[in-house]
Design a protein. Structure first.
Length: 71
């Protein structure tokens, strides 16, 4: 079952990539949501992971990783 949030992300992805099939949009939506949730966990003010690292450094690492994925 696809959640309303998944459907929303699928619509956004399909707008950018109209040639993609539904399955590819659903898979990509899941991947994006997983990365977003992971970022909230590791970058949030109440983060339980990486407490020993500065938030700006973690953010830079995340942005760098996303840029590599998109390149």
């Amino acid at each position: 079952m696809v959640s309303p949030l998944d459907k929303h992300f699928c619509q956004l992805i399909r707008a950018v990539n109209p040639q993609w099939k539904r399955k590819q949009c659903e898979d990509t939506a899941y991947q994006i949501l997983t990365m977003v949730m992971g970022a909230w966990i590791t970058l949030g003010q109440t983060r339980v992971l990486r407490e020993d690292r500065r938030a700006d450094r973690l953010k830079n690492q995340l942005v760098s990783g996303v840029a590599k994925l998109l390149a």
